[in-house]
Design a protein around this ligand. Sequence first.
Ligand code: SF4
Length: 235
Amino acid sequence: MVMKLEMKINKIINFSSVDGPGNRLVVFFQGCNLNCVYCHNPETIDYNQEGEFISVNQLFERIKKAEKYISGVTFSGGECSLQSDAIFEIGEILKKHGIKLMMDTNFTQPSIIYEKLSSCVDAFIVDMKAYNGNIHKALTGSANNQILKNIQSFYDKIYEVRVVVVPGYNDDFEEIQKILRFLYEIDENIFVKLIKFRPYGVRKPYNDIQIPEDHLMESFISLGHEIGLKNIYYK
Ligand code: SF4
């Protein structure tokens, strides 16, 4: 069978326990349309900076070799949904072979893209950076209207919403409260993971931002419980 599509990736990790449930093979795609101050993989942002092309066939062969050792595959990045045509093509193949697929996405693309991908992607892991548009712009360089809309539209396909708490940006009580209320109003059972900002791999000058204290994170977890979220934790 001849496949036409190829994708540009940064790297493949054969085993990861932090990119979805179980042991997962993770494909990091090259290129992202956001520019988050806390990005741990800044080398994946510029599509032209690094990376290599791999065909759908080649990626499938690589996944097949790892199949018996993994619980599933996660596409991450960069922003994998920017290469949605190739993802759809390999997603359909993985589905046919019973291999579970998750996408770790910033949810910035038009809804129609995630709607199409929903047929072959088992679940989305979503980064919600901020609720307030100005804070989102300061954190990422872009607006968040489409992201919020996609979280509302595809909440039943979301495995987990991740919120990185970044001091000086989104770590005030009011902003976290708005994020948690927004998620609660969508679904009180949605899984919410608050993640402490950490400087590893982060570009200057943002690697000087302090790591949030445990007591601050714990106060946000209590806030989430008060709001009514049933599945909220921090890391
Ligand atoms: S969306 Fe992810 S890959 Fe893109 S800049 Fe933000 S943290 Fe980095």
